[in-house]
Design a protein around this ligand. Structure first.
Ligand code: MOS
Length: 745
């Protein structure tokens, strides 16, 4: 029995977010806002070269400043143990928290090697932030400089297959993983195709630029370390610090209740928590370290620079016969970062023949990291731009072309989809957008001086679920709490977990609290990959059912209970009360049961993990994007007319399409626009009407809740839809993101 009998269902109903009021009233505290008695302030000193070696550090002047407690560099820092292993957060590999990053995380302040520009070389700790900031300007670092290499194109000849690509996809155990070369069908299919497009697409480095800066406050009590840290994965920061400082995990307490946006930037612990903890140990004071906005451009990873060749072949009547996708992505000198750059290409459209290849190219850059729909976002920009190009060559409506090549089963594995409503998405989106009024010819639609372009694309993102633990405790006053160490960077996890708990316990929302973001709570999966609800939510769901089952057992085995002798399938719950399905008058409340047994509460902790569904089904979320671009016919100024898809993600996707670009000066290996003034993200005025429509879908295969993540599927494809709309408006095909007006002149 798991059905609620009379409470109205909570899941799917709009509710007020727990964090909403807290955030607008200042009640939600972020990592740097916690008060620690006697806190000192750390300020990082960054390298001014991108490649070479530190010759010397003169800290005398800095050290002599009032308030300065320490200047720490590789010359005087304690030796730490940086794990030489795969580090990070691939959701598919969570059993041992192995990552898509192969190598060794930056051994910060341990050696004299400079791998990239603006790498931390020292930290100044002082009584006040201002004292530390000033003293940091006085630290003199001399270098032995080598010529940096930051251009992917310049190093293309040295591209190599990632080490990670050797095995099978650990998720399915069947499909080759993200980095393997894959050939399906006839390798010569492209040369035999009737109609072919073959183009190259480039995406620049992009930075996440969340509002909250990377921040840590670290405090030692003896050998116990407490950190307030901005992170998307509390247990991983705990594990990392435990390894680095040689501590048992339980001696490291990580607290991260709210995250002010992250988009992937805080998926793994970067240097700052280590530096803060090291500094706190040395000065024997709590230390707060907040990375500056400028430093954010080198203190965490970024969407890697990619160059992709996509070649498509089709019959004249518009059936794909060949897909070739070769992706090159930049990584750092010391780690191999990989993402699903070419994976969606293997499964998004039906084609008997498909070749994908993925290569990395090293450069003097920080190790890249997942950003907003990571590899799929980049890969589908290329694939769905090429689909549009081919549709035009074939003179077939781009939407019709996609429908003709709809994949009924997963072409990469032959597995059935757990569920797929993509055709319905196309239909609904086209209807709402008015796609049938579109005329095919570029430059054929106008509104006064504006050329109007309508473009569309397909979006997809894997439906992940990773092992997660959760605890549910039901109290004798009839309330309950659900607990997990999960982070909430903004999607509303505090609220979602409470809803899932209340639903499973058949309680009202007001009777259930959630507690998140603390390493003393049951271990949660990484808060990324659009899988928190599927992973942590499933754990909360199962823990709540388990706690409830304990109450059933207490009641049905108790001669004093009206439910004595009943079996589980004879019982129902509603409003915190258990009763007989056949006679709802015979029952008692959770409180009745607990009080009679003199218990303050009853709890269940559950380790929840996926079963073998990944081996049996191909599980993805799908989307269709429709974008209108308005391009000034004389000035090339671009405006987004409207877009049809998930609102927040579309804003990010349009940022990728039209604005975001981290500009590298390859002579210096230095990022030249490391500020929010020059790294452009969309503002309200850039985003007109975005409408999201959802196709109702039931999926009983993916996870116990039947949920698919919607965080990232909304990004994937937006850039292609925008580029396709720009082509429709102007007749100009832009294959280098972002699409800025200079490229249209
Ligand atoms: Mo997301 S890019 O997995 O935070």
């Amino acid at each position: 029995m798991s059905q609620r009998m009379s409470n109205a269902p909570l899941i799917g109903k709009p509710v007020e977010r727990i964090d909403g009021r807290l955030k607008v009233t200042g009640g939600a505290r972020y990592a740097a806002e916690f008060k620690h008695e006697g806190v000192a302030h750390g300020v990082l000193v960054m390298s001014t070269i991108a490649n070479g070696r530190i010759k010397g550090i003169d800290a005398q002047a800095a050290q002599a400043q009032p308030g300065v407690l320490a200047v720490i560099s590789h010359l005087n820092a304690p030796r730490l143990r940086f794990p030489e292993r795969r580090v990070g957060m691939d959701p598919r590999l969570v059993d041992d928290h192995i990552a898509p990053v192969v190598g060794r995380s930056l051994p910060v302040l341990q050696e004299d090697t400079i791998y990239f520009n603006s790498q931390p070389v020292a930290v100044v700790v002082a009584e006040t932030l201002e004292q530390a900031e000033y003293a940091a300007t006085l630290v003199k670092v001399t270098y032995e400089e080598r010529k940096p290499v930051t251009s992917l194109e310049a190093e293309m000849a040295r591209a190599f297959p990632p080490q990670e690509g050797l095995g099978k996809d650990p998720q399915t155990g069947r499909q080759p993983d993200r980095a393997a070369d894959v050939v399906r069908g006839d390798p010569q299919a492209l040369s035999k195709a009737e109609v072919v497009v073959d183009e190259t697409y480039t995406i620049p480095i992009e930075h996440h630029n969340p509002m909250e800066l990377l921040s840590t406050i670290a405090e030692w009590t003896g050998n116990n370390l407490t950190v307030h840290d901005k992170t998307q994965w509390v247990p991983n920061v705990q594990e990392h610090l435990a390894i680095v400082f040689g501590l048992p995990e339980e001696d490291v307490h990580v607290i991260s209740p709210f995250v002010g946006g992250a988009f992937g930037s805080s998926l793994r612990p970067w240097s700052h928590p280590t530096v803060a903890a090291m500094a706190a140990r040395m000065v024997k004071r709590p230390v707060k370290l907040v990375v500056t906005r400028k430093q954010m451009f080198s203190s965490h990873g970024h969407r890697p620079y990619t160059v992709q060749r996509v070649a498509l072949g089709a019959t004249r009547d518009g059936r794909l016969t060949a897909i070739v996708h070769e992706g090159y992505a930049q990584t750092s000198l010391y780690e191999e970062n990989t993402e699903n750059l070419v994976n969606a290409t293997r499964m998004l459209y039906a084609s008997p023949n498909c070749i994908t290849k993925y290569r990395l190219v090293r450069g003097n850059v920080q190790t890249p990291l997942y950003m907003r729909g990571p590899g799929e976002c980049s890969g589908v920009f290329a694939l769905d731009s090429a689909m549009d190009e081919l549709a035009y060559k074939l003179k077939i409506d781009p939407l019709e072309f996609r429908i003709r090549n709809h994949a009924v089963t997963d072409p990469s594995s032959g597995l059935p989809w757990s569920s797929k409503s993509l055709l319905e998405c196309y239909k609904l989106g086209a209807e709402k957008f008015g796609w049938s009024r579109r005329t095919m010819e570029p430059r054929s639609m106008r509104d006064g001086q504006y050329l109007i372009g309508w473009g569309m694309s397909t979006g997809t993102y894997p439906t992940w679920r990773a092992p997660s633990s959760a605890r549910t405790r039901i109290f004798s006053d009839g309330t309950a709490v659900v607990q997990s160490s999960a982070s909430d960077m903004g999607p509303g996890t505090w609220t979602t977990m409470k809803i899932i708990g209340a639903e499973a316990l058949a309680l009202d929302l007001g009777q259930v609290r959630s507690e998140l973001g603390d390493s003393t709570l049951p271990k949660a999966a990484v808060h990324g990959g659009s899988m928190t609800t599927a992973s942590v939510g499933s754990a909360v769901h199962e823990a709540s059912l388990a706690a409830r089952a304990k109450l059933f057992a207490l009641a049905t085995n108790d001669s004093r209970s009206p439910l004595r002798g009943a079996t589980e399938d004879q019982l129902a719950v509603a409003n915190g009360r258990i009763f007989l399905k056949s006679d709802s008058a015979r029952g008692e409340t959770y409180s009745d049961i607990l009080r009679r047994n003199r218990l303050d509460s009853i709890e269940a902790t559950v380790d929840s993990k996926p079963g073998d569904e990944y081996a049996k089904f191909s599980m993805y979320a799908f989307a269709a994007h429709f974008v209108e671009m308005r391009v000034d016919s004389e000035l090339g100024v671009l405006r987004v007319g409207r877009a049809t898809q998930i609102t927040g993600a579309v804003v990010g996707g349009l940022g990728m399409a039209l604005a975001e670009e981290t500009v590298m000066d390859h002579r210096m290996g230095r990022i030249v626009n490391a500020s929010l003034a020059e790294y452009h993200v969309p503002v309200n005025a850039d985003i007109p009407m975005v409408e999201a429509f959802f196709v109702e879908e039931r999926d009983d295969k993916v996870n116990p809740l039947g949920v698919k993540g919607i965080g990232e599927v909304g990004y994937v494809g937006v850039a292609a839809a925008a580029a396709n709309a720009v082509f429709h408006a102007t007749g100009r095909r832009i294959r280098q993101l972002p699409i800025t007006l200079d490229k249209l002149l």
